[in-house]
Design a protein around this ligand. Structure first.
Ligand code: AMP
Length: 183
């Protein structure tokens, strides 16, 4: 099983949780562009200042900027033996810039819209995340459907896609991902 992986799915599908567990189990870095950008905003860096307003609106940061961020990250030594990408690529342009020969498999965590909105609203109240007001949640979901979901077909056409049901307990879903990757 190759260890250069991408986790795909709508916001609130549990990608972050699963990516953390899976990356730990495989011994590869968890490369989350959302976490990297939130850290940049918190640190008040140039990058953080550039992306703060876009992130708060639920829209996407420019492809050009994101491609640069991820290129720099994957060039670091810890990514030599593999990585778990979470949140990138998010558009076809990003997928094309990355190329499919740097990925061994793509896992889609599948969860329907009603479940997603319920989970994201719950997360917003629990964690007080500034980007999780109801309008922004709906916008993030629209952006996912418009810009990111086309990646499902892109990777399916390349026979790289493994789909797992994203409804269930954390351990149960992790086990489904491990099984899907072993197929
Ligand atoms: P996430 O935590 O992955 O949902 O990312 C939070 C926000 O960061 C997104 O709503 C976007 O504004 C921005 N972002 C993260 N990754 C990307 C990406 N690959 N392309 C564009 N914007 C991104």
């Amino acid at each position: 099983m190759g260890r250069r992986l991408l986790l795909l799915g709508p916001p609130g599908a549990g990608k972050g949780t699963q990516a953390t567990l899976l990356a730990g189990a495989l011994g590869v870095p968890h490369v989350s562009t959302g976490d990297m950008l939130r850290a940049a905003v918190a640190a008040g860096s140039d990058l953080g200042r550039q992306v703060e307003a876009v992130m708060a609106s639920g829209e996407l940061v420019s492809d050009e900027l994101m491609i640069q961020v991820v290129e720099d990250r994957l060039a670091q030594g810890d990514a030599v033996c593999g990585y778990l990408l979470d949140g990138f690529p998010r558009t076809l342009a990003q997928a094309e810039a990355l190329g499919s020969d740097v990925l061994d498999a793509v896992v889609l965590i599948d969860v329907d819209d009603d479940e997603i909105v319920a989970r994201l609203l719950h997360r917003a109240t629990e964690e007080g995340r500034a980007d999780d007001t109801e309008d922004v949640i709906r916008r993030r979901l629209e952006v996912y459907r418009e810009q990111t979901e086309p990646l499902v077909g892109h990777y399916r056409d390349r026979a790289m896609l493994r789909t797992v049901d994203g409804v269930g307990g954390v351990d149960e879903i992790l086990a489904r991902i491990v099984v899907a990757l072993a197929r």
